[in-house]
Design a protein around this ligand. Structure first.
Ligand code: SF4
Length: 241
């Protein structure tokens, strides 16, 4: 029998009291995540930064403003999605998450994902992509391609913070969010068609979006530096979220 979903507020309370790893000692507060509790799109970043730690919300400040612009490119509003991180506490000096921290913290993300039950998971950067897809393939190769983890459609994209420091990533990021808009629109059309009893639109699926898809007004994969993998064949599956 499937495990019952834990209400988000219950998971939030668990996170607020969590001291499983040493990051608890340096935090101002935990950053649980924010957004539509039954969002069709779950955005997963890496860990809270300085502003997020102070405000208790992911993607605030310049990175948050830029994320809102990127979401708009895909036809999404911030209030439509749920935004969470792999780690719920800030690391000292924003260093990379350590494997043991990821292992200790990700049960919360797993439960959030089960409860929200999104159709799409957008992974931002290496850490969330590797965790969600259970792969060692880096974001440079996977970004902009539709993948699958269990029943979830997964779309890896560079972390927006990377573009704030490295302008060359901006074009790739914006292209990827434009590309993400395509399966979202296809899914909308399929849902509308199912509601009206009409002929079903072609559903989005792994392999249908990727290096060959050209988003409106943008050349796909312009900043790509490595050959792109076949989206269906390089990721270990299935993943037990
Ligand atoms: S990072 Fe995660 S596991 Fe570590 S103390 Fe914070 S909530 Fe707990």
């Amino acid at each position: 029998m499937p495990k019952p979903h834990i209400p988000l507020e219950e998971i939030r309370a668990q996170v607020e009291g969590c001291r499983r790893c040493p990051l608890a000692d340096g935090r101002t507060q935990t950053v649980f995540g924010v957004g539509n509790p039954s969002a069709r799109v779950l955005i997963v970043g890496e860990a809270p930064g300085k502003n997020e730690d102070l405000q208790g919300e992911p993607f605030v400040g310049a990175a948050g403003k830029y994320l809102n612009e990127l979401l708009a490119i895909a036809g999404l509003r911030r209030e439509d999605v749920f935004i969470a991180n792999v780690l719920k506490c800030r690391s000292p000096g924003n260093r990379d998450p350590r494997p043991e921290e990821i292992e200790l913290c990700t049960p919360y993300l797993r439960e959030q994902t089960r409860t929200i039950d999104p159709e799409f998971i957008v992974t931002l950067g290496n850490f969330s992509t590797k965790f969600i897809l259970k792969t060692e393939i880096g974001i440079t190769r996977l970004h902009g391609t539709l993948q699958r983890a269990g029943r979830f459609k997964v779309f890896p994209i560079f972390h927006p913070a990377a573009a704030l420091y490295d302008g060359s990533k901006r074009e790739a990021l914006e292209n990827d969010f434009a590309t993400l808009g395509q399966p979202l629109r296809e899914s909308d059309a399929a849902a509308a068609s199912a509601q009206t009893g009409g002929a079903a639109a072609a559903p989005a699926g792994p392999g249908t979006v990727g290096a060959s898809a050209t988003p409106a007004g943008a050349g796909a994969g312009a900043a790509q530096t490595e050959p792109r993998p076949d989206p269906a064949s390089h990721v270990e599956q299935p993943h037990l979220l």
